[in-house]
Design a protein around this ligand. Structure first.
Ligand code: ATP
Length: 363
């Protein structure tokens, strides 16, 4: 029995807001055409459940996620955000994996994008995204002194603060995830057997310095894997000037959020950028882009980011054969170049692009 004939898997689908469903629906239709043993489940959340008086993220939706093998998530701008928070913090999905893999046919602005294939791992739960913000005066009693301005926190007058927290556990697990991914990429004949860690460890020597310090300890457990570190602004310059040197790059949350969008731009745009968020017991998959509200209802959104996220999801579910088939179909449609969406310099609608993918899958 092949792995593709395994027991039924449960996949929760949350289509998201604005233009997101226009990319998610045809992607799920293509996945359904693969005839995999997947039960697709659609929880009522956001405006729909709110209209029924059940709140934005009812207990039934949470239970459906808890009983599922994974969730396929569209981008959110509004009330489906509560579900996203649960998928991240509730399910402990600490490693946001964002591949930057160029395929011929992508509308890259780089002179030589061929061969660019690295992965940004964004720590997904900590750093400035803990959401602890407030008025500076709330901190006045703590007698904190600015290392740079050399004055007490109470002397700044009205203003706001945000807490940046880097923990040992949070850093250790995401860096370990990075090394394990580098190992798997090497075993699959990809990658360069290399992990890079980046943060602003010179200026933020305590918090980002700790990220580097803990990462260095983890690296000692992987002596066969090349390891280097760069200050994040230096890394940004190197990523754009010579992306081919990188393999797996691990960084704190905010830098990962920003730099992975930059890396998407280097590939050819947000419409190409996949992501998967992995924890120790759960993972969910979502494209890296937002809800693209400026193109809602036009049938022009590029579903490639969703499709590539779906490839990552199929791998996670152990449907590697179908994942490779979908990957090959995407590669063929871009190499052919006749059915590309506007963001990639083509004139095809979302539907026409998906039609071409379906044909490539069948052929
Ligand atoms: P977020 O902060 O939620 O990531 P954002 O503010 O970065 O969202 P996006 O929704 O990602 O914004 O959109 C940024 C730009 O990229 C918009 O012009 C949008 O139309 C475009 N865009 C995003 N995704 C796609 C896509 N899949 N296909 C085509 N264009 C896209």
């Amino acid at each position: 029995m092949s792995t593709e004939q395994q027991a039924q898997k449960k996949v929760v689908v949350i289509e998201g807001d604005d233009a997101s469903p226009e990319a998610m629906r045809p992607t799920v239709d293509l996945l359904k055409s693969l005839q995999l043993p997947i039960e697709w489940q659609y929880p009522e959340i956001g405006e729909v459940s709110q209209a029924n008086g059940e709140g934005a993220f009812p207990a039934a939706a949470k239970a459906m996620i808890d009983a599922s093998d994974t969730t396929f998530f569209g981008a959110t701008s509004g009330s489906s955000g509560a579900a996203l928070f649960y998928l991240r913090w509730g399910r402990g999905t600490y490693a946001n994996v964002r591949p930057c893999h160029y395929l011929p046919g992508f509308n890259s602005p780089l002179a030589k994008p061929e061969g660019m294939d690295f992965v940004i791992i964004r720590e997904n739960l900590e750093d400035l995204y803990l959401g602890i913000e407030g008025d500076l005066e709330e901190l006045a009693h703590l007698n904190l002194t600015s290392r740079t301005a050399r004055k007490g926190i109470g002397e700044f007058g009205p203003g706001k603060f945000a807490i940046k927290a880097i923990t040992e556990e949070g850093t250790e697990r995401v860096v370990r995830f990075g090394f394990e991914l580098a190992k798997r990429r090497k075993a699959a004949g990809l990658g360069k057997n290399k992990v890079t860690v980046t943060s602003k460890y010179n200026m933020l020597s305590v918090s980002d310095g700790y990220f580097k310090e803990v990462a260095g300890e983890v690296a000692k457990n992987y002596p066969d894997i090349e390891y280097d570190t760069y200050i994040v602004d230096d890394f940004c310059c190197r990523m754009i000037a010579d992306p081919h040197q990188f393999d797996v790059v691990v960084m704190p949350n905010l830098y990962g959020d920003i730099l992975s969008d930059g890396a998407a731009g280097m590939m050819g745009g947000m419409g190409l950028a996949a992501s998967g968020c992995y924890g120790d017991r759960y993972a969910y998959f979502e494209s890296a882009h937002g809800t693209a509200p400026d193109i809602v209802g036009q049938n022009i959104i590029n579903p490639t980011a969703c499709l590539r996220s779906a490839v990552m999801m199929l791998d996670y579910l152990d449907f590697g054969g179908k994942a490779r088939a979908l990957e090959r179909a995407i590669t063929r449609v871009y190499a052919d170049g006749r059915a590309l969406t506007r963001d990639q310099g083509g004139t095809a609608s979302t539907q026409e692009f998906c039609h071409a993918i379906a044909k490539a899958l069948a052929g």
